[in-house]
Design a protein around this ligand. Structure first.
Ligand code: LMR
Length: 397
């Protein structure tokens, strides 16, 4: 049977990492996949995470299975991180969380759950969006629609066009929103726009699914949850897919969570019972280690303070790289105005470079960025800034 298959295209992000690894060019620079690098170009284990890992290894007594929905302590700290400890919804029973293998795992569980119980629901994703979103939902059997998001003329959010499209969505459809640090554009709604979005979703009976993969890397841990809080204040139901790959640097541990908000405690428990079936039929129950590390960090006052400091360091370094990138491009005589890069948030910068320019950067200069022109700013350093900007200047001129 298998000889009838043709080659599938390589993944637009992780496939680029494979190509980068094979490239013999000693000056190559990988700004494709969203991975944070420090000043030296390394992706080290966070100090808070390393300390928590020691505690976990020293105290764990078994490798027995977790429950289908994961560790209850982990699920509780995830909810507190999302909503803030003491949030009134936390004691209401309306919020349930399941541990998941990464943000992608959480999205796939959400997709399976939605498709099985609401088969007519379509998912609306932003144009553009993370390269994996569309195939996660399509392969789960869900029809995908897009809403306009980025206005390339102004390098900002085309909010009115976005609202017009969502206004046409039938009741019961699902709207995927990026909680903060929109991937790939780095452009987020303002506070006022989040409130208007919440009103629109309520009025149109649409279900938000918030992909929350960069909490803390935009403006701050609580500030980045502002959109989610606006949605929670108005909407009776929503879903959140959390990823801790970036803000805990736990990329290869695959730690995430799916949180479901329901109108009542009973509805939350009913939905949870079905989500658990999706998990059981998919990967049975989640891996334990990464979640145990996160629980340890978030429950220990000292470690938590240290982690918050490390998240702030990552956030500030990314902001510095944004400023330096825009400034170095100016110094290199690039005429196009790249000042918008300083206004974008999170790991990614949507550069406006076209397909051919991206290809030339790769083939001629060994610089790897995602096809749509997305650059991982968190992979820039003071060392690679010069060759990077010289190459972009050469390509643009
Ligand atoms: C990215 O967008 O580069 C990251 O979220 C990594 C991935 O899995 O694509």
């Amino acid at each position: 049977m298998f000889d009838q298959l043709t080659m599938a295209p390589s993944d637009p992000i992780l496939g680029l990492t494979d190509a980068f690894r094979k490239d013999p060019n000693p000056a190559k620079i990988n700004l494709g996949v969203g991975v944070y690098k420090d000043e030296k170009g390394n992706t080290p284990i966070l100090t808070s995470v390393a300390k928590a890992r020691q505690q976990v290894l020293a105290t764990e007594t078994t490798k027995n299975y977790l429950a289908i929905d994961g560790s209850p302590e982990y699920n509780r700290v995830v909810q507190e991180l999302l909503l803030g400890a003491g949030h009134p919804m936390l004691g209401s029973g309306r919020v349930v969380t399941v541990q998941a293998p990464g943000g992608t795992g959480a999205l796939r569980v959400a997709a399976d759950f939605l498709h099985q119980h609401f088969p007519a629901a379509r998912v609306w994703i932003s144009e553009p969006t993370w390269a994996n979103h569309s195939q996660i939902f399509r392969l789960a059997g869900i029809q995908v629609q897009t809403y306009p998001y980025f206005d390339a003329r102004t390098n900002s959010l085309g909010f009115e066009a976005m609202c017009r499209a969502l206004d046409s969505a039938p009741a019961g459809d699902v709207v995927l929103l990026h909680g903060c640090c929109h991937n790939p554009t780095g452009v987020d709604p303002t506070t006022d726009q989040w409130h208007r979005l919440a009103e629109l979703l309520v009025a149109r009976h649409l279900l938000p699914l918030v992909d929350f993969a960069y909490q803390g890397l935009g403006r701050g841990l609580r500030e980045d949850a502002e959109g989610l809080e606006a949605l929670c204040a108005l909407l009776p139901e929503l879903l959140v897919a959390s990823s801790f790959s970036k803000n805990f640097g736990l990329y290869n541990e695959r730690v995430g969570a799916l949180t479901l908000v329901a109108p009542t405690r009973e509805a939350a428990q009913q939905a949870l019972s079905h989500v658990k079936i999706c998990i059981r039929a998919n990967y049975s129950n989640p891996p334990a280690h990464g979640a145990a590390v996160i629980t340890t960090v978030l429950q220990d006052t000292q470690l938590r303070r240290e982690w918050e400091g490390e998240v702030a360091t990552m956030r500030k370094r990314i902001a510095q790289m944004r400023a330096l990138f825009a400034e170095t491009l100016r110094q290199k005589g690039v005429e196009r105005d790249f000042s918008f890069i300083e206004r974008q948030q999170g790991m990614f910068s949507f550069s406006g470079l076209n397909k051919e320019q991206v290809e030339t950067l790769r083939q001629v200069h060994g610089i790897y960025i995602v096809g749509g022109g997305r650059i991982n700013v968190a992979g820039m350093t003071r060392q690679n800034m010069e060759p990077l900007c010289s190459a972009i200047a050469a390509v643009l001129n």
